[in-house]
Design a protein around this ligand. Structure first.
Ligand code: HGY
Ligand code: MN
Ligand code: MN
Length: 443
């Protein structure tokens, strides 16, 4: 369904009013988040549960068990995405309300990024099932595979598979060149049937994602709920710098083609693009390896990644162009060969205004203050926006920390967010306005 299918907010919402007193089981959800956080716990700190790795597979097994214990039907698609639905008589075919996030992390990341949105979605579906709440538009929980792209270099893997927007998917590899098909087969996916993971236009009425803010804004403003207005776009460039490995003691300085010195120029130029020149909102170099990486050899090869982000597509494109210009400048000055390849581009997107209204009403119903804000982080929701209207809800991140072992959110904020998600699912029913409805589940 497109945004225009979303009816203008106005009519009262019987479903929302009838269940105004409904709440999630906060203790159950917090306990499950703790248990999930132990899967991939990194002895060096934080959680390392990389997409399509054995740890993400273990997380899927955990989620499958918890869904099964709640009497929900679970299936995994060829891309490794996991879906949970309520049991019941065959439903009239029609678009569903997809709710979820991802369970993979970055290296030594936090236990809430993504995982919170998946466990909260499970809790919402479980509570609706336990209270036999009949939803005109069926709610389906999704755990998208490999959102971060930290192992298999294809961020938003699962949500892109669902939207049919993976480009040459089987070319994807890890940094050592091991193909995604090897990992996928171990994850319960089927590489040769990725096309079957695609959901057709009209099959998703809307997508809702609850997520930690991963920044300091909500905590600084003392506001428990963020209503996301838009999600930042991102471009990742893989950069290969080729100089010449030489002896550190016998090679005169003017004769060197030092790949690491050239890469260092690129790292500083990347930072300047956003921090000093304001070309785009953020510019970051997060990954760098030098070869042969020994003290007494001038580095001959450096591989690094640089990424730029902005909510404005023009500024985002400009950020990429300036970064490419800087690489060309450093190549000319250093005598190194510098190859630049766009590894990923995601567009900035807006959330659906009617769903923002539903989220605000849910927060108001719960007596929770809210503020409308952008997302500086990327999310599966921005990919699913290709297929359906999206809504995103944020809760505060303690000290704004994320993608690091210190990532945390107060339990009360986690419970508040999940209750807002519950009442957004209920409130969205009127928005999505499907005539007729699904029979209430049996048992
Ligand atoms: O990098 C991001 O913005 C997200 O956490 N994948
Ligand atoms: Mn993340
Ligand atoms: Mn995330």
């Amino acid at each position: 369904m497109t945004q225009s299918d979303l009816k203008a907010r106005g009519a009262g919402n019987a479903v929302l009013e009838r269940h105004a007193g409904l709440r999630i089981d906060g203790a159950r959800m917090i306990e499950e988040l703790e248990l999930l956080g132990e899967i991939g716990a990194d002895p060096a700190g934080g959680v390392t549960r990389l997409g399509l790795s054995a740890q993400e597979n273990a997380a899927r097994d955990f989620l499958r068990d918890r869904c099964g214990a709640a009497g929900l039907h679970v299936e995994t698609d060829p891309a490794g995405n996991l879906f949970a639905r309520r049991p019941g008589p065959p439903r009239a075919p029609g678009p569903v309300l997809l709710v979820g996030s991802h369970m993979d992390t970055v290296v030594q990341g936090g236990r809430l990024d993504g995982a919170y949105g998946v466990i909260a979605a499970l809790e919402v579906l479980r509570v609706l099932h336990e209270h036999r709440v009949d939803l005109p538009v069926e709610m389906v929980v999704v755990a998208f595979a490999n959102e971060e792209g930290a192992l298999i270099q294809a961020p938003f893997w699962g949500s892109r598979a669902l939207c049919g927007s993976l480009e040459n998917p089987l070319d994807a590899t890890d940094r050592a060149g091991r193909p995604v098909s090897a990992y996928l087969t171990e994850s319960g996916g089927t590489p040769e049937r990725l096309a079957d993971a695609v959901w057709p236009p009209g099959s998703v009425a809307a997508f809702l994602e609850l997520h930690i803010e991963q920044g300091p804004s909500l905590e600084r403003h003392g506001v428990p709920v963020g209503v996301v207005e838009g999600i930042v776009g991102r471009t990742i460039l893989d950069i290969d710098v080729t100089g010449e490995a030489q002896h550190a003691g016998t090679t005169p300085m003017p004769d060197r083609r030092d790949a690491l010195v050239a890469a260092a120029e690129i790292v500083l130029a990347t930072r300047r693009i956003a921090a000093e020149d304001g070309v785009c909102t953020t510019a970051t170099t997060g990954y760098l390896t030098a070869t042969p990486n020994v003290t007494n050899t001038v580095p001959g090869e450096v591989r690094l990644s640089a990424e730029v982000r902005d909510t404005d597509p023009v500024r985002l494109a400009r950020g990429e162009a300036v970064l490419r210009e800087q690489c060309a400048r450093v190549a000319a000055a250093s005598g190194c060969r510098i190859g630049v390849r766009a590894a990923m581009r995601s567009r900035p997107v807006s959330t659906a205004p009617p769903l923002r209204g539903v989220i605000r009403e849910a927060a108001d119903l719960l007596g929770l203050k809210h503020r409308t804000m952008p997302s500086g982080a990327g999310h599966d929701a921005q990919i699913v926006a290709q297929l359906a209207p999206i809504g995103m809800i944020f809760v505060p991140s303690s000290r704004g920390v994320s993608h690091a072992p210190g990532e945390d959110t107060l339990p009360g904020d986690l419970v508040n967010g999940a209750n807002v998600l519950l009442h957004t699912v209920l409130g969205a029913q009127a928005e999505l306005g499907r005539p007729g409805g699904h029979g209430s589940p049996s048992g």
